[in-house]
Design a protein around this ligand. Structure first.
Ligand code: SF4
Ligand code: SF4
Length: 393
């Protein structure tokens, strides 16, 4: 979305600021409404206050549950904004999902003492731990998941309410007007619940100066895949073993997780039948019957199908932080780790597997290519990858 509009008198005169240009980067999970939040913020700035500005989002694979970024630039000084590239050094970083801080450390790219951060978390600002070496100006927190659940509104409306603490250039009234306008085509119930979530966030948000003592978390390297658009195997086949057992769906849950109550469960198995990700952990009882032990939250994406189907309400949706440690300890594959997968990968005898294939099987698909790890890459790009694969062996 691209905006240019002649400046009109701002109604937001009580809040003083001297920033000519404000850059806001939102880091979220698909489905949390970061794209809409970006649109609403840009509309408040440009259509509401007459600033120059622009907004766009980057969706990645564009599916619910995958990380997305939303970018908003606006200029109270009416500077022409000619760049529509991603925001590398934001003035305000908004983190819609706390887990992104562990699973996607690249969200901290370009932050520094001139950047303020707003996080959706139940923690107080001073209790949030950041990776080593990170610095901010101020840290604000709001429990947007809880507020959105209790008000029946989107997390995006709540985060916009929290944002007012860092955004005097816009302030709450223009932002609320833009929010109201955005939901005007929906029912009064939807509109009012989002407005009430927005107001609740303004009261609940807590803000504090960043302390370098908070940057004590283990730093993680950004893991980039070896294969990209230039050197992907034919057909986009994922050939590395363990790519699904090591998958982590926890950030897809948007802050709400199914909580299992063993006392109520009578092991009917309905939940397991509807779960799309095989999250349920079972064991055999002494009499040989199956007993449900719990849920492996590494794979659970929070779709709530198990909640709907359970006939005795033994599974209910709760805020992520209320799950409890006992519940999150269950593992479908307790023996699997990154190291064990790597060991199997290194010991795999590719040549033996190719020999065992019948001629028909070899001809049927491109597996002959795929099973020879020296040849499954495009020859012109394979050299470096193959030498890396050999190093790993
Ligand atoms: S919410 Fe339930 S059904 Fe959905 S992925 Fe998680 S465990 Fe499976
Ligand atoms: S559907 Fe409910 S009662 Fe049945 S096994 Fe799952 S949790 Fe237990």
């Amino acid at each position: 979305m691209w905006f240019f509009k002649k400046k009109k008198q701002s109604s937001n005169t009580s809040l003083e600021t001297n920033r000519d240009l404000v850059s806001v980067r939102m880091e979220a999970i698909g489905g949390q409404g970061a794209n809409s939040a970006g649109k609403i913020l840009a509309e408040a700035a440009v259509l509401g206050l007459g600033y120059t500005g622009n907004h766009f989002s980057s969706f990645g694979s564009e599916k619910r549950g995958s990380p997305i970024k939303s970018y908003v630039r606006f200029s109270p000084a009416l500077k022409p904004i000619r760049t529509a590239s991603s925001i590398q050094q934001p003035d305000i970083l908004i983190i819609f999902h706390e887990s992104l801080m562990q699973t996607h450390p690249e969200i901290f790219e370009g932050v520094g003492e001139n950047c303020d951060v707003l996080i959706n978390t139940a923690k107080a600002p001073q209790d949030v731990v950041f990776p080593q070496g990170i610095a901010f100006g101020s840290v604000a927190t709001v429990n947007a998941t809880k507020i959105s659940n209790s008000h029946g509104c989107g997390i995006n409306a709540v985060m916009l309410g929290g944002l007012t603490v860092f955004c005097p250039e816009i302030g709450k009234d223009p932002l609320m007007a833009a929010l109201e306008n955005y939901f005007s085509h929906l029912s009064d119930k939807v509109k009012n619940s989002n407005l009430s979530g927005f107001k609740a966030a303004i009261s609940a948000v807590k803000n504090r100066e960043f302390s370098k003592d908070q940057a004590i978390g283990e730093s993680q390297d950004v893991s980039l895949p070896d294969l990209g658009w230039l050197n992907a195997p034919l057909g986009g086949v994922i050939v590395n073993p363990g790519n699904s057992v090591l998958k982590d769906h926890s950030t897809s849950r948007k802050g709400v997780a199914p909580q299992f109550n063993k006392e109520l469960c009578f092991n009917c198995g309905y939940c397991d039948m509807v779960c799309p990700d095989f999250c349920f952990v079972w064991e055999l009882k002494a009499d040989g019957g199956p007993e449900l032990k719990g849920i492996d939250y590494q794979y659970c994406k929070g779709c709530q199908k198990c909640v709907v189907v359970c006939p005795v309400d033994a599974i209910k949706p709760v805020a992520e932080g209320d799950l409890g440690q006992d519940l999150t300890a269950q593992k479908v594959f307790p023996e699997v780790s990154g190291a064990s997968i790597e060991k199997r990968w290194k010991n795999l005898d590719w040549a033996k597997y190719v020999e065992e294939l019948s001629v028909e099987d070899k001809m049927m698909t491109l597996q002959t290519e795929l099973l020879n790890h020296d040849s499954y890459l495009r020859p012109d790009f394979s050299k470096e990858i193959v030498s890396r694969a050999k190093l790993k062996k």
